[in-house]
Structures are given as C-alpha cells and as structure tokens.
Design a protein around this ligand. Sequence first.
Ligand code: EPU
Length: 419
Amino acid sequence: MTRYVVRGGQRLSGTVRVAGMTKNAGLKQMAASLLAQGTTVLRNVTPVVDLDVMIDLLRGIGAAVEWAEPEVLQITVGEELEAEAPYELVSQMRASINVLGPLLARLGHARVAMPGGDNIGSRKLDMHFAALVAMGAELEVLHGFVEARCNALCGARVVLEFPSVGATETVLTTAVLAKGQTVIENAAREPEINDLCEFLTAMGARIGGAGSSTIEIEGVDELHPIDRAIVGDRIEAGTLLMACGAAGGSIAVEGVDVEHVEMVVRKLNEMGMTIETTPDGLVARADEPLRAVDVQTLPYPGFSTDFMPLAVALLTRAEGTAIVTENIFDNRFAFVDELNRMGADIRTEGRHAVVRGVERLTGAPVRAHDVRAGAALVLAALGADGETTVLDTRHVDRGYADLPSKLASLGADVSRVED
Ligand code: EPU
C-alpha cells in the first residue's frame, strides 16, 4: 500500500518540466510497435505503473522490452508473436486493448481478454469491434475474450458514433496494414491521436488528416521500426497549473505544447488565475481567491474529462457556485464524497455536480478511486488546513511519474509513504 501525506498551506514557486505522456500516448505507441519487425526506440518515457503492465503484456506476446537508458525504452519485435493478451494483465489496464488491432493486422488473428468497466464508467468497446468488422474481421466474444480473425483486412469507411480515442487508435493501427483506403469520420482529435499518427507515419504508414475529425489511411505492405520521442504530457501540465491554483503562488511549466492545454488555461484564467505563454511553456500565478465557473467536459479540443476532477477540487474553495457536467464517462463523480469528507459542499445528480465554494477545507484521510480523482484529492489537500492522507495512491502512480516529488520540487509539503 502506498499513501501520500500532504500538509496544506505551502504556496508553490519554481519551474517544473512535464514528463512524456506515457500512459495515454506512450503505451499506445508501444502496442503499435508490434506492427513492425525490428527494434523500435521510444524516448521521453517515464516509469509509471501502467507502463510495467504494458511491458509485461508485450513480453508475453513475444517482444523483448528493455530500458536502453533512463526514459528510453527499446522494443524488439520478431516474426513470431503470440496472439493472446491474458485477463490478468488486461484487467489491470484498459490500454491493453491497443494490442488487438496490431495483432490482427500482423497475424490475422488475436485473442484479447475483455477489460470490463472500471471506476469511472462502463467503457464499452462496440465501436472498436464494429470498425474491425467493417474492415473484414470476424469477431466473437467468448469466455471473456474477444477473438478476432481475418483472411485479409480491407480498407473501409468507418463512421464513429462518438469521437472515441480508443476506437480511433484501434482503426488506425489496423488500417495501416490493410489493403486499400480507410477513412475514419468523426475521429478523435486528442493530441495523443496526432502523436500516434506521427509515430505510424514515421514507420512508413500513409496517413492524412491527423488531428482533424476525418483521417485517411492508405494501407501499406509493411512498416519499419523507428526511434522517436513521445509527446509531453498535457494532463500532467494541466494538473500542475491547477496545483498552483489550489495552493497559490507562481510557477513555470515547461515541456508541453501550449496549444494542448488551451481550454484548461482559458478556464483557469476565467477563475482568476493569470496564465501566460512564454517561449518555454507557461507561467501561472494565483494570488487571489478563485471564482466559480461552470465546466462541461467534451472531446478535444473541449475541456478534457481528465481535468474534471481536478477542476472540481479547485472549485471547492472558489467564490460562488459552479455546475460541472461530465459528458464522456458515466460514473466519474465517485470522488466527490472524498472531497466532501474534507469539508467541500458538492452535490451530484446524474451527469452534473453542483459545487458550492466553501471558506476552507480541512485535511482528512481520503481514498483515490482512479488516477485523476487521486490527483484531485492531492490538489484539494494543498489548499486545505492541516494534514491529508491520500490512500490507494497506486491509482495515481498509474499515470503520474511521482506526483509527490514533482509538487515537492515546487515547495509543496507532499511525501510518499510506502507501507
Ligand atoms: N465508448 C463506447 N464504445 C466504444 C468506445 C468508447 O461507448 O467502443 C465510450 C466510453 O464508454 C466512454 C466514451 O466513449 O464513455 C469515451 O471513450 P474513449 O474511447 O474516448 O476513451 P478511452 O480510449 O477509453 C482514453 C484515455 C482516458 C481519457 C479518454 C478521453 C487512455 C488509456 N485512456 O480512454 O484517460 O479520459 O481517452 O479522452 O488513453 C485518464 O487518463 O485518467 C483516462 C481515463
């Protein structure tokens, strides 16, 4: 068991560099490296807990995965691969589903455990499956596994019902080796998708429209391994900016593409923070009490669902009442009860939360339900009176490479305790 102990009341100052986006971009590119024989090198990869799960999964499939040096991962893929992803690993991490497309494209069959729902919602895979069927695969869900087979994958026009990040990734990593053209309509536009497209293009894939909602892929016969750095973590950048909002102070955040955090910066400015772009990234300042603003989550470039719990943490002490609407996941408000234990005044009704700002929060033992909810509790604790213990922080470590150290480097009183 790991917990974080946070003593509130320290203002933040200093400069911090964000890590590579290992969880939401790097893991996908690791899975996509199965598409090419040879050794792919990924740089800017930080050791988060989910990375270990993907390393185990790729090793089980037959790839050799090693650290070449800190933050540089080397993945060697041979001709022979196992077509199966077991439940023990898939159930720990949803990004495991990202091996389905590459295995099907390389081997003509794949057997991947169904991940099931998790702490933030039901998380179906119907759009992934419908797209693979449109491309010529036969799919069956049997005994908790999805079994996919195909003789030849053919390009297809895939219209996504919703701009799903995962479904867009599955189509991309299958279509690159299919015969003919695939067009994804209503594709996700998250920067992680763009980064995956750039990764695949460097491998020899032919992709047009990356970053827009229509992506065209012309299948090629084979791809080659590459050496490339993954994109800076926009969610970590947003988390650090909001940490400054929660604790007060002034910080500089480097290593992120400022366009990737445009919407969160806009909201934080509306709340009364001052965030400015510099040649190296962003400088944020929070001097005054924050003001309540309404927030609704939407696919990129809208306000990301991954920032929602963090925004709620800030709104707990803002002046006024805010309505927060979650449009992406169906169960992402479980964490508000933990904030209420710290003295927040939040009521939820379906997809909405009403957050009434209070004068102060007080430290308490609280529990992290998922990665962003855990980070939100840490942020709330930075601005709370006294000591907060955040339990179950393994969830936070799934996506952040040592959040306590990063915050401590900015002057926060946060430490990690291993039992
Ligand atoms: N959905 C379906 N059918 C599908 C696919 C998705 O109904 O076939 C629904 C989901 O149930 C969900 C919504 O569509 O309600 C959005 O799902 P999406 O596929 O876009 O998300 P994801 O690929 O499962 C990734 C990130 C999430 C992030 C979302 C949205 C990873 C590993 N996960 O999930 O990250 O919130 O995109 O941007 O990349 C996090 O980092 O904390 C996190 C949850």
